[in-house]
Design a protein around this ligand. Sequence first.
Ligand code: F6R
Ligand code: MG
Ligand code: MG
Length: 363
Amino acid sequence: MVTVSVLKADVGSYPGHVKVHESLLGEVDSVLAESDFLTDYRVAHCGDDVDLVMTHDLGPDAEEVHGLAWDAFTSAADVAGDLGLYGAGQDLLSDAFSGNVKGLGPGSAEMEFEERPAEPVTVFLCDKTEPAAFNLPLYRMFADPFNTSGLVLDPSLHDGFVFEVQDVKEGDVAEIEAPEELYDLLALIGVTSKYHVKSIRKPDGSPAAAVSTDKLNLVAGEYVGKDDPVAVVRNQSGFPAVGEATEAFSFPHLVSGWMRGSHHGPLMPVSQEQSTPSRFDGPPRVVGLGFQLKDGKLVGSHDLFDDPAFDYTRERAMEAAEYMRRHGPFQPNLVGAEDLEYTTLPAVLERLEKRFEGEKLRN
Ligand code: F6R
Ligand code: MG
Ligand code: MG
């Protein structure tokens, strides 16, 4: 069995929240290089987030792997501090590691499976958004035949997939089968402020996809930045083809998390090089990296959205971004009241509370 673990954190960036500094990438690389239990790894980045793609045989949530990532992020945070980067160490919410990064700030998406003779895996890394940003593309990838033609054409996909859906606030999880319970699935995951897709598997139990689903602001109890999620997806021969996985991002749907975690904007698929959100701290980005696995070793990555075929999507994204921005501080550029609870707005509203005192209007 091989485990693919993608762990990520924002431990400082420049200028402001735009870009990870090269020296942070070098620092995490040198920490991971020392490990004697990783089969392989790659260091990636999206916007102000450092993403570690690691393979090993220790299974998901392994203390060694999470501890190693924690050490890498901590060392990088020190480098960020020395360089005077913005938000140095911001996602490291604790002084001490306690067995797992969950609840401590960094995000993790992990999957353990029997490696097939040829095993393509894609990894999607986001910045300036939140885990539910994956709801729509994962639905399209694994349940929508207008996106994934294999659901209709290939007998090995025809039985569909099981979605594990998590209630963001309560943490409870429900398993919903597609296509049998398609409307129930959509009834849940369309409500992105409340539910997100946590993982997907085939009906025989084989893991198909995993998403990092920690809500950083809920963990910390106050606004400390966003969750900037990552996802891992298996591809081909019974799973969506690589092109069906990327096709799911060809529509730049609106997600929450742009500027101060308080705005909706289109999710724009970009190359790793272009994952530098500089317009109004956005718009939100997604990077796609493709690999083959061989005995747990990573072949690649290939930068999937570094392709003129996505220029059209990027143009549409900027049209949507422009349209949304013209609303300024009004909804729906501004996110809904429920999501604003976890931003800096409540502190402003608190000051205004006494202005609402006085006689209630009777009718
Ligand atoms: C951070 C982000 C940014 C910040 C904004 C304000 O990932 O999305 O939009 O929220 O730049 O940052 P502060 O409050 O640090 O000045
Ligand atoms: Mg940042
Ligand atoms: Mg970020």
